[in-house]
Design a protein around this ligand. Sequence first.
Ligand SMILES: NC(=O)c1ccc[n+]([C@@H]2O[C@H](COP(=O)([O-])OP(=O)(O)OC[C@H]3O[C@@H](n4cnc5c(N)ncnc54)[C@H](OP(=O)(O)O)[C@@H]3O)[C@@H](O)[C@H]2O)c1
Length: 280
Amino acid sequence: MSTAPRTWLVTGSSSGLGRALTEALLRDGHRVAATVRDTTRLNDLKDTYNDRLWTADLDVTDTTRLRHVVDTAFSDLGDIDHIVSNAAFGLYGAAEELDDQGIDQLLAANLVAPVQLLRSVLPHLRRQGSGHFTQISSTSGQTGMAGASLYHASKWGVEGFFESLHDEVAPFGVGITIVEPGSIDSNFFARLNVAEPIDAYDSGPVGDLHRYLADAAAVKADSLGDPAKMARAIIEAATSARPPRRLVLGSDSYTAIEQALSGRLAALRAQEEVARSTNR
Ligand SMILES: NC(=O)c1ccc[n+]([C@@H]2O[C@H](COP(=O)([O-])OP(=O)(O)OC[C@H]3O[C@@H](n4cnc5c(N)ncnc54)[C@H](OP(=O)(O)O)[C@@H]3O)[C@@H](O)[C@H]2O)c1
């Protein structure tokens, strides 16, 4: 085990990165409060780890239930040292192709739920005088992609929220890390919601994206990230003496974010004169 036993709360523990994190933490001797929509998905881990695994059924978009689950976890387990806000899903399609309900559901799960999770745990972490909150974002939190605007908006949204939270909660001994993984070998793309295509987009980048997503083998081949290795890196970062504000995982994510930031910095610098010229 890499660190002293601690207590963690992880959302979306049923598959992919959340499952890998939950397994690694339990293997390391930590105690985990794992939230899932269907608790039977954790039966095998419960059989192996017994009382070190606390579970609750939670759809993170149900804010009332979210608050209840968080309060119950703290009252059952005492202090919780680490929170990992991981649950999310993907919805791709041109902005015009999306429907209203899909937009509401995506933003509820990927943006509003992390905000409400933070708001639910914060009174407990303030009382403890310590705690670390890890928000799983994505390369998509730093880049843009035609055909995936809403998913990217949700990840830029959590980035803005948690970037601001960093200094807001530091005085209470609470830390924040935003994780930006690249493509993960998980269930994300198999379950991806894809909007009904509109013909007008067929010959452009959105049409290309629809064709790419229909090729499951190509998507799988591009899913470079190993969830177990990413889980290990997240645990090490969160438990380090100085947890990073951001953690980029995956060579694809590193390359894409470096390109995006370099481009933005160059574009910003090109506007210095006009920016400085508009002061009152
Ligand atoms: N896969 C990628 O390429 C990639 C890249 C960058 C970032 N990420 C991020 O990494 C995180 C984990 O994704 P993953 O790749 O591990 O995908 P995954 O295998 O599909 O796992 C997603 C998890 O989120 C849960 N979830 C989704 N909506 C939920 C809701 N409304 N309430 C409760 N749980 C919900 C799922 O639960 P159910 O089993 O009940 O559906 C599942 O446990 C997400 O934040 C995702 O945005 C993924």
